[in-house]
Ligand binder design. Structure first.
Ligand code: S3P
Length: 190
């Protein structure tokens, strides 16, 4: 069962490949004193093979089914920074479920920068055999999901430290405005 985002205290990072969810997430977890976990790592641990191997052996639909099972497994997490794979939140209902688990942060940016980072690092089957136009269309389609996050940070021109600092600032601001926002909406104080 989904837990209340106030008590579960997770921070969930979403965004396109190359946004830096893993590096930002790891440092963010350290700064917040939380545990760090990646949905891709949960999947590779469960399958005993790498993401490219999973795509190669079974194709994308199988990988997406593993992501769906991983979403169920996230319900147990409390006090974690969770970095999700780029396609993880991009199915109906997933963003809602992630938002019930904690604060969802979209690490966004301009596609050129994200694409360059992602291709430099490699190991991304979703980028293989796709034209630049197809990747732009994929990004456009996914933005509709990412943009449902509680907060968004443009990381195009930010290094890892600056991105983490920005996320921390947004998280603190969000904590500060929450009581006022809930009373303005008629919600009672706890
Ligand atoms: C994917 C992104 C990857 C990984 C898999 C599929 C996607 O994660 O989950 O290759 O569909 O965008 P990163 O966003 O960490 O590269």
């Amino acid at each position: 069962m989904a837990k209340d985002s106030e008590t579960s205290r997770n921070v969930i990072l979403v965004g396109f490949m190359g946004a830096g969810k893993s590096t930002v997430g790891r440092l963010l977890a350290r700064r917040l004193g939380l545990c760090f976990v990646e949905t891709d790592d949960m999947i590779t641990a469960r399958e005993g093979r790498s993401i490219p191997e999973i795509f190669g052996a079974h194709g994308e639909p199988y990988f997406r089914a593993l992501e769906a099972a991983t979403l169920d497994a996230l319900a147990d997490k409390q006090g974690h920074v969770i970095a999700t794979g780029g396609g993880f939140p991009c199915r109906p209902g997933v963003m809602e479920r992630l938002k019930a688990l904690g604060t969802v942060v979209w690490l966004g940016g301009d596609l050129d920068t994200l694409y360059q980072r992602a291709t430099r690092l490699g190991g991304r089957p979703m980028l293989a055999d796709r034209s630049r136009e197809e990747i732009a269309a994929l990004y456009e389609a996914r933005r509709a999901h990412y943009s449902q996050a509680h907060v968004s940070v443009d990381v195009s021109y930010l290094g890892v430290d600056a991105a983490v600092t920005r996320v921390l600032r947004y998280l603190r601001e969000r904590e500060r405005i929450k009581p006022a926002a809930s009373s303005a909406m008629g919600g009672g104080a706890p």
